[in-house]
Design a protein around this ligand. Structure first.
Ligand SMILES: Cc1ncc(COP(=O)(O)O)c(C=O)c1O
Length: 440
């Protein structure tokens, strides 16, 4: 195994600021310096002779990098497309389906990523698509979560179920293979949000279980620069799915008979050109894979380091947060991902009215969170996102090959200080603004 940690960071992630403790690459990913260099070259290449690049070269790059990725993941490249991000992939699918708005219902869950549930809510608000929500309030045992989904799915009400492989906040793994099987059992289409999946878990199950649709971001955990995501489309839906935005690949009904379709290349023909965008991130896929294989020693070596470091980091953070802090887990330890974990933040009794206030209003929580996180980022230079979930504050930490134990002991102290300060300040404004919460 290569020597991961701070020396590795200096050598292979040299663009990172020295004074920042990076413990949140779950949100946007962190690109190795070598891959950024490749990106710079790709941007230059696009500009040397744009007519040649966009007319002739871009499609070749798209196809080559897509195939390279498919081979690395052990997947059939004919079912794969590259899009800029997971939100775009979810929009691509949800806005391609010819919904029967009077009769179709979509099932999501409490912890569905907001941007993705908003796509469903847009279709509801503008066109009347129905949706329903399964309760995924944590902590929850997998068998209870599955039973809740099954109770809904077995009702025959749903056309499609959208669920996470690894949720964002809190950062926990769902029993996604079993959920796909449940949806198949009840003939419900599956739209699997695996935004955090590639680079953290194996994806070979896709070609075996054949969900209807699945997306995963390459920029979060696979070392590819922003913005790049994979969209898997089950062969039975290749012709149904259109790009988002609609572009030149759309074949209007009146021309359908005049266009020859090759099922082996249909998704490449559809997705290689989404309008004029930079191909930089796509061109970097090969370089990112080479970094992971040749410099990091492969996926198992990376995950091995993340798992070991995570085990050491958890007690350090718990010690810094103080009595009452604990890891979010269930009795069968299935929430685990190599890259992320969540620790509860114990709040002082005096600050409880603030928590009550935050629990009561999503808008107030958003404002408080934005102000507090901005302070963590700017003043403390150690940022980990937090949420209020099931009556408690949870902080999500990320683990990568450039981290060491000291990142967690140091960042936890700073994050605690920042959160305590923000809670205290909010308590003082509540005393003036809204006395009601002080008595709850
Ligand atoms: C579960 C989940 N879905 C979707 C997304 C959206 O990813 P992006 O912003 O790259 O589209 C995220 C981002 O964090 C996520 O965590």
């Amino acid at each position: 195994m290569p020597k991961f940690g701070h020396e590795f960071k200096k050598k292979y992630y040299s663009q990172l600021y020295d004074d920042v403790i990076p413990v949140n690459h779950g949100s946007y990913g962190t690109t190795p310096t070598k891959v950024i260099d490749r990106l710079k070259k790709a941007c230059e290449e696009e500009e040397t002779y744009p007519d040649e690049f966009f007319n002739l070269t871009a499609k070749e790059y798209y196809t080559k990098n897509l195939k390279c990725l498919a081979e690395y993941l052990g997947l059939d490249d004919r079912n794969l497309a590259l899009v800029p991000n997971a939100t775009m992939a979810i929009n691509t699918v949800l806005r391609s389906i010819p919904w029967d708005f009077k009769n179709d219902t979509v099932l999501i869950h409490t912890t569905t990523y907001g941007a993705c549930s908003n796509t469903v809510k847009f279709l509801h608000d503008y066109y009347g698509l129905q949706f329903d929500i399964t309760n995924t309030t944590y902590p929850i045992e997998d068998n209870i979560l599955l039973a809740r989904f099954e109770e809904k799915l077995s009702s025959g009400t749903y056309k499609l179920c959208m669920f996470d492989m690894i949720s964002s906040m809190p950062g926990v793994t769902l029993p996604y293979e079993k959920l796909i099987q449940l949806c198949h059992k009840y003939n419900v289409w599956t739209l699997v949000d695996g935004a955090h999946a590639v680079g953290l878990v194996d994806l070979k199950f896709i070609d075996e279980l054949k969900p209807d649709f699945l997306t995963t971001n390459l920029h979060k955990w696979l070392s590819v620069p922003k913005s790049c995501a994979l969209l898997y489309i089950n062969p039975k839906h290749h012709s149904l799915v259109q790009t988002n935005p609609f572009s030149w690949s759309y074949v209007p009904k009146e021309l359908e008979d005049s266009v020859e379709i090759d099922n082996n290349t249909l998704l490449i023909e559809k997705f290689w050109y989404l309008g004029t965008v930079s191909y930089g991130p796509i061109i970097c896929i090969e370089e990112a894979i080479s970094f992971r294989k040749n410099i990091c020693g492969g996926e198992q070596a990376i995950r091995g380091y993340q798992n070991e470091l995570q085990e050491k980091a958890i007690p350090l953070i718990i010690a810094a947060f103080g009595p009452g802090a604990e890891l979010l887990e269930n009795s069968t330890n299935t929430y685990h991902t190599p890259g992320m974990f969540n620790i509860s933040f114990p709040i002082e009794e005096a600050h409880r009215p603030v928590l009550n206030y935050l629990l009561e209003s999503f808008v107030s929580f958003r404002k408080f969170k934005a102000a507090c996180e901005a302070r963590m980022i700017k003043e403390y230079r150690a940022f980990a996102p937090f949420l209020v979930h099931n009556g408690r504050i949870w902080v999500r930490f990320s683990v990568n090959v450039f981290n060491e134990e000291s990142d967690y002991s140091r960042s936890a102290v700073l994050i605690k200080k920042c959160l305590d300060e923000c809670l205290e300040e909010k308590l003082n404004t509540l005393k003036v603004e809204d006395i009601k919460f002080l008595s709850i």
